[in-house]
Design a protein around this ligand. Sequence first.
Ligand code: ZN
Length: 251
Amino acid sequence: MDLELTDEEMHLYSRQILLEGWDIEAQEKLKLANVLIVGCGGIGCTTAELLARAGVGKITLIDADTIEMSNLQRQIAYVEENIGFYKAEILAKRLQQINPHIRVESQTVKLDEGNAEAFIAAQDLVLDGCDNFTSRYLVNQVCKQFNVPLISASAIGFQGQLFMVEGESACYECLFPKEQHANENLRCADSGVLATTPNVMASLQAHHALLYLGLGKTALKQKLMLWDGLSMKQRLLAFEKDTDCPICQAR
Ligand SMILES: [Zn+2]
């Protein structure tokens, strides 16, 4: 792929390139970036769309689920006639319609120990928006193992969380030790969530992804952002590396 932006791309992204602090070089970095989005639900739909519009050059989507009626309340890429089809495929089609200048790949499989390395190792950034702890721990482990930056977002009810794992920083398991969650089967699929909550968190996740890819900023590295959708309050909590964390020790 051509590294330089075409005239058409310059036009498409002109409002971004006009930004003070965001130049052609930042835009070209986006064009060269490979990003994996884990989960094409409420968070993945919106994050993926924003990155596609902003000009991230290669987006890979992974989700084994098909679209259900109860998804339409918050998963903004889907409409009723998509019910029964794979989320990753429908979302990929939409991204390609939104921005034909980027490359989009869809994977309709579940991320597991057998395929995670192949999907994650070569990425410039992974965005996790999946709906279960098993995948979340696995994504964290493989990102840490191959030194791939990770921005993780979640939303349940009126609450959202966001943080980044990068380089030598603390990881998801430092923050949420696995044994404490061993008995938790809580999935977004089984609990209530307001339409806007995952979309707020996805917008913040996509925003952080652009800051990182274009400008190298790591504002939420080792910091947990908590967003409360009832009080509209946002808090940043610094957290430390857990010296007993098996994932960080394995590196
Ligand atoms: Zn750790």
